[in-house]
Each structure stands twice: as structure tokens, then as C-alpha cells.
Design a protein around this ligand. Sequence first.
Ligand code: CU
Length: 133
Amino acid sequence: MSGIRPSRRAVIALFGVALLAWGCRENLMEPLPAVREVNLTAWQWGYEPARITVRKGTILRLRARSLDVEHTLTNRALGIDLVIPARKEGEEKGPEAGPIEIPATVPGTYAFTCHASCGPARSRQIFKLVVTN
Ligand SMILES: [Cu+2]
């Protein structure tokens, strides 16, 4: 009987190693997406930062605040239209808008603009998301 024990141990050990290897393989095949947190500031007429570059597969988690009047962060093709409320008198910034999550799945450059009635140079207010491979 004592001759059987080592082989049973060996089988159990092999099963453990196989299970561990399978688990590691699963992790390598489905890596968790990286999350990039961005705190955007909007003003008449721009965004800070004005450009963000992320790798494909990243999730952009974005919050925004205004330094003056109401703005939006809009990309209609992506279905994003975030309203960024105006700053109230006596406050440094307006209330936080978001967070919204933008999954960066397709490489390219995506422009976001403002569609609020924030003034004559609104067309200059552009935020660009660059997604690389
Ligand atoms: Cu604006």
C-alpha cells in the first residue's frame, strides 16, 4: 500500500500544476482592461488637457468641470454628450460632470466639441482622443 501513496501524491501534484497553468493561461488570454482616469477642465474656449493618447483596449474614465459657463463634451458618432455645468459665483470650478467611460476599442483620432451656447469662439473648443494600437 505504501508504494501507491507517492504515485497518488504525484497525480494530485500534477493535477494542481495543470490547474495552476490553466488558470494562468486564462489570465493571459483575457487581460483586464487598463483604466485611464482623466479630470478634464472646460473653459471659454478650450479643454485641459486638449488631447489624450491611450492604447487600444483602454477604458477612459472621464470627469469634467467648468471654469466659467456651461459647456458640453460631445461626440455624436460615439453617442457621447456630457453636459458640464457652469461655475457658480464664488466657486473655483463648477460641479463635476461624469464620470463617463469611453472604451477605446478602435484605433484612430476622435474629436469632441462643445455644443453649449458658450460664446462666439465655441468652434475652437476641441478635445481629441487618440487611440493607438
Ligand atoms: Cu463651450
